[in-house]
Design a protein around this ligand. Structure first.
Ligand SMILES: Cc1cc2nc3c(=O)[nH]c(=O)nc-3n(C[C@H](O)[C@H](O)[C@H](O)COP(=O)(O)O)c2cc1C
Length: 213
């Protein structure tokens, strides 16, 4: 079927104001748990958009590894394109698309580097191959071929043989602290439910508004 003619009817129970938790982070956790229970693939995957030095947006998928009142944390290479963009413009948006449940959650906010000790702690919890991969891959840089990475995996594997792999200094987390979080629930006839939480200026109080679909 062509992309033009593909149509899915979103027959869901919908989302009411009374369904929402006053705290958008608690609301996100409730939806995340439902997505995970429904078997959504990689329910912690979010598409993060940053802006480059010319103001042009750039998007890619990353995995959220912590979500709490501080924000949404993901880990990456600090020399990567996204990290260089975040150093220049520490703002981002992100989207979780839980399509099996006809849901999306959109975030917009500011981004800061997470504390080194949090990156150390998370790095230590990763599988050893991924730890070595963090050393081996100069993320976002052009490489001649796959052999380049495979040889570096062997090289760093030998370097750290029989000892713990330390966190590379150019690898760690970013935390997106949202000032706006929108929950979208697909409904029939494209009359979807949308609620946006916004932080009132200079406060920690979330205001909730329903938006037209
Ligand atoms: C499901 C999925 C999960 C991913 N998770 C991460 C991640 O947590 N961290 C990361 O650096 N890249 C992750 N990637 C790869 C990124 O999408 C991207 O290719 C990489 O970070 C380089 O992006 P950049 O050149 O814009 O910096 C993931 C990709 C997919 C499809």
């Amino acid at each position: 079927m062509s992309v033009r003619d593909r149509r899915v009817q979103y027959e869901t129970a919908g989302l009411e104001r009374s369904d929402l938790n006053a705290d958008p982070i608690a609301q996100w956790h409730a939806w995340y748990e439902q997505a995970a229970s429904a078997g959504v693939a990689e329910p912690n995957a979010m598409t993060v958009s940053t802006i480059d030095q010319d103001g042009a947006p750039d998007s890619r998928v990353v995995l959220a590894r912590a979500v709490d009142a501080g924000g949404f944390v993901f880990y990456t290479n600090y020399d990567s394109v996204k990290s260089r963009q975040l150093l220049l413009a520490p703002i981002a948006s992100a989207v979780f698309a839980w399509l099996d449940l006809h849901r999306q959650v959109r975030l917009r906010g500011t981004v800061r580097r997470v504390a080194d000790k949090d990156s150390d702690e998370y790095f230590a919890s990763r599988p050893r191959e991924s730890q070595i991969g963090a050393w081996a891959s100069p993320q976002s840089q052009p490489i001649a071929d796959r052999a380049f990475i495979e040889e570096r995996m062997v090289e760093f594997g030998a370097k750290f043989e029989n000892r713990e792999v330390p966190r590379p200094p150019n690898w760690g987390g970013w935390c997106l602290s949202p000032h706006t979080i929108e929950f979208w629930q697909g409904r029939s006839s494209r009359l979807h439910d949308r609620f946006v939480y916004s932080l009132a200026a200079n406060t920690a109080t979330w205001q909730i508004q329903r938006l037209a679909p």
